[in-house]
Design a protein around this ligand. Structure first.
Ligand code: ADP
Ligand code: MG
Length: 351
């Protein structure tokens, strides 16, 4: 047999580890925006405004009127695994905030230049400080500030040449960011959202707080979409199966589109659930073949212990207990809703 010398195993430098991890948490500009907006929501903001330059590669700026950040927390704000939201592992069971890992801001400082401006209630002035690779570049500087926090990420992926190139070549991320803010805006109807390109005077998303859900959908997706929606609600309290509640809006027979729009929140988290989306599309093709690419907004509530939010670095996919039952129940509900609403129009039995 032939023996070749095994390579030596070495410990990676912490900065290498951190940058690799950062590239997973912040995959593209839209994922940075998602993390920043979720932080603003966690901070109790009622206005969140997003400004983007060059699809987010030059600049992402998220401003909110939330509770702000304490002066004494600024030194560790952007270190990995520093958070105000989680203390023990068991807290994960009941966590209500979007964030909990304390990785988002840190990651951004490893792949971009982060500047934070923040003021807490009752202070006369705020502070501004910039971060690189997890640490402050200088002492926080006093500055004028309005209530809340503004986080600016500049030159994203400046140190990841391949990532930057791909993003520059592919269609830029701005449409993804608009799509993301649109989704948040129709779920968080108590928050006013704006999203604009740097330098543009007209925002691409603009909602007013305390609108009804349907008004929010109208502001974001237009009156023509809102007009063709039906309200739907399901609550499944069969104790032998999973317990959940769903409410939302689904498009009727008049709505036509080239592709499905599915906006799904599970316990207030924006997620994707492909099996559910497919099941709903099946329900549409069975009942409304001409309108088989629906618009769907659904908010599902489950006991927190039935959702594992910790399966994916970007927290996009959640895994659910009794997913099959949930999917089937919702599929049936959609189908019967479409049947009855179509019956009130002219319903042709299909043979
Ligand atoms: P996580 O959200 O998982 O805690 P982050 O890295 O996203 O981790 O944020 C770290 C901490 O910074 C948060 O726990 C929070 O205390 C604070 N923070 C971040 N953004 C904001 C904001 N917009 N307003 C107030 N506090 C913030
Ligand atoms: Mg966060």
């Amino acid at each position: 047999a032939h023996f070749c010398e095994p390579p030596r195993i070495q410990r990676l430098d912490e900065s290498v580890v951190n940058r690799i991890a950062a590239g997973e948490v912040v995959q593209r500009p839209a994922s940075a925006v998602k993390e920043l907006v979720e932080n603003s929501i966690d901070a109790g903001a009622s206005t969140i405004s997003v400004v983007v330059k060059d699809g987010g590669l030059k600049l992402i700026q998220v401003s909110d009127n939330g509770h702000g950040i304490r002066y004494e927390d600024l030194p560790i704000l952007c270190e990995r695994h520093t958070t105000s939201k989680l203390t023990t592992y068991d807290d994960l069971q009941t966590i209500k905030t979007m964030g909990f890992r304390g990785e988002a801001l840190a990651s951004m400082t490893y792949v971009g230049h982060v500047t934070v401006t923040t003021i807490t209630d009752g202070q006369l002035h705020g502070y501004r400080v910039s971060y690189r690779d997890g640490v402050m570049e200088h002492e926080p500087k006093p500055c004028a500030a309005v209530k809340g926090t503004q986080i600016m990420v500049e030159n994203l992926f400046y140190n990841m040449i391949a990532r930057r190139k791909t993003l520059q070549n592919s269609n830029d991320d701005y449409p993804k960011i608009v799509d993301l803010i649109s989704r948040f805006a129709i779920h968080h109807t108590n928050v006013s959202f704006t999203c604009r390109k740097h330098g543009a005077n007209k925002p691409d998303v603009h909602t007013m707080a305390s609108a009804t859900r349907l008004d929010a959908i109208k502001m974001v997706y237009g009156a023509s979409v809102a007009r063709d929606l039906i309200e739907i609600a399901v609550s499944d309290n069969n104790p032998t199966q999973s317990v959940f509640e769903m409410d939302g809006f689904i498009s009727d027979a008049n709505y036509t589109a080239k592709k499905t729009t599915m906006v799904l929140f599970i316990n207030d988290r924006l997620v994707e659930c492909t099996p559910l989306k497919r099941a709903i599309e099946v329900a549409y093709s069975a009942t409304l073949p001409k309108a088989s690419k629906p618009f769907i907004f659904m908010s599902i509530r489950l006991p927190p212990e039935h959702v594992d939010v910790n399966v994916h670095p970007t927290k996009r996919e959640v895994s659910l207990l009794n997913q099959e039952n949930l999917v089937n129940t919702i599929q049936d509900a959609v189908e019967s809703k479409l049947m009855t609403s179509n019956n009130t129009r002219t319903f042709n039995m299909q043979s």
